[in-house]
Design a binder for this molecule. Structure first.
Ligand code: HMG
Ligand code: MG
Length: 311
């Protein structure tokens, strides 16, 4: 057993990747048992100590829709003082924005869908109505110099509608960017994408005038494709990759959404490729082992299991 991969760079890959850590939000929103606020705060502090610099902290959504994150008001002040770390939060509407701004959030993320069915299930609105809902949120955030990420879910497949045509994704992606999003995260919410599909979508977005540096990728690992899809995106020039410590995650409003790409699995690959992330793999793994103990079950991340000798 070895604790670090051998470093062998590959051609035409970026020298550095920014990991957008989503475990505390995408991961914990999906836990059956609500995690105590103090454990969430400790989790985020430990992620920061492991070198992650973008840590999505929580959501200011309706507490009845996602009760697991209903403690956002209690959590945010406990972590907002952590130095050198951006703490984006999910905000669906103006009510959510008010709550986030009240606590001093400097980065928000709106979240739209490439498909109508998921838009209805996740936001209780059509795609067009969701864009209308986001418009004042983004405008007010930008006026206050708050950074805005736009998530776009179901970019590859949808559990109710099946395969999602690339042009349909490009249309909503452009609309979100036109509203003023600073970056867009392309979500494979149910993990059905494969590498050629990823590159086809990225190329179509470029063709429609969207630069690659405005794009991040957000893969779920349902079919074991998340790392392959990430490599395909890196080959295309993407340098922002979403991942979840320990492979926590899913989406309460998308059946068959399982865990996100595990941050440890990602860092193992990027370390091996000699791509800088600033993340200390041993410290991150220890954090996921600690959180798994709090949750009462082992981490699904292969790298966490290998490094912590769980199997
Ligand atoms: P709605 O029921 O249509 O809400 O839900 P509404 O606008 O009709 O308002 C109803 C009441 O809720 C009002 O209260 C509002 O004030 C209140 P009343 O006047 O009746 O007393 N309300 C709120 N309260 C607190 N905070 C708020 C808020 N908004 C309204 N922000 C809504 C619409 C958008 C609120 C709801 O659908 C919702 O909260 N959805 C969130 C779903 C969610 O969080 N899903 C998971 C995140 S997305 C994801 O995981 C995918 C991602 O990871 C990428 C990928 O993998 O694809 C990002
Ligand atoms: Mg997700």
């Amino acid at each position: 057993m070895t604790d670090l991969p051998m470093v062998v760079p590959a051609q035409e890959l970026p020298p550095r990747v920014r990991i957008h850590e989503v475990g505390a939000r995408d991961g914990l929103q999906n836990e059956k048992a609500t995690v105590p606020t103090e454990v969430k705060a400790e989790f985020i502090r430990r992620l920061a100590a492991a070198g992650l610099t973008t840590i999505e902290a929580t959501s200011f959504v309706h507490p009845k829709w996602v009760p697991q994150l209903a403690d956002a008001e209690a959590l945010f002040p406990q972590i907002s003082g952590i130095e050198g770390v951006d703490l984006p939060v999910l905000v669906p509407n103006e009510r959510g924005l008010d709550r986030a701004l009240e606590l001093g959030a400097r980065r928000i993320a709106v979240f739209g869908s490439a498909t109508e069915t998921f838009s209805q299930k996740n936001l209780n609105r059509s795609v067009a109505e969701s864009l209308t809902m986001f418009e004042p949120v983004i405008a007010r955030a930008k006026a206050g110099k708050v950074h805005v990420r736009g998530y776009l879910s179901m970019c590859f497949g949808d559990p109710w509608e099946g395969a999602v045509p690339v042009h349909q994704v490009v249309g909503v992606a452009k609309a979100l960017l036109d509203l003023g999003c600073d970056e867009l995260s392309l979500g494979d919410t149910i993990g059905v994408a494969t590498p050629g599909h990823v590159q086809a979508l990225l190329a179509a977005l470029n063709e429609a005038g969207v630069p690659t540096d405005a794009l991040g990728v957000h893969f779920h690992d349902t079919y074991g494709q998340a790392l392959s899809n990430t490599l395909a995106a890196l080959q295309h020039g993407v340098t922002t990759v979403d991942a979840s410590a320990g492979g926590l995650g899913g989406c309460p409003y998308a059946k068959s959404a399982t865990g996100n790409l595990a941050t440890e699995d990602l860092v193992w690959m990027l370390d091996g490729l000699g791509i800088e992330t600033g993340v200390d793999l041993a410290e991150l793994t220890a954090t996921s082992v600690w959180l798994a103990e709090q949750l009462g079950r082992p981490s699904p991340s292969r790298t966490v299991r290998a490094l912590s000798h769980q199997e």
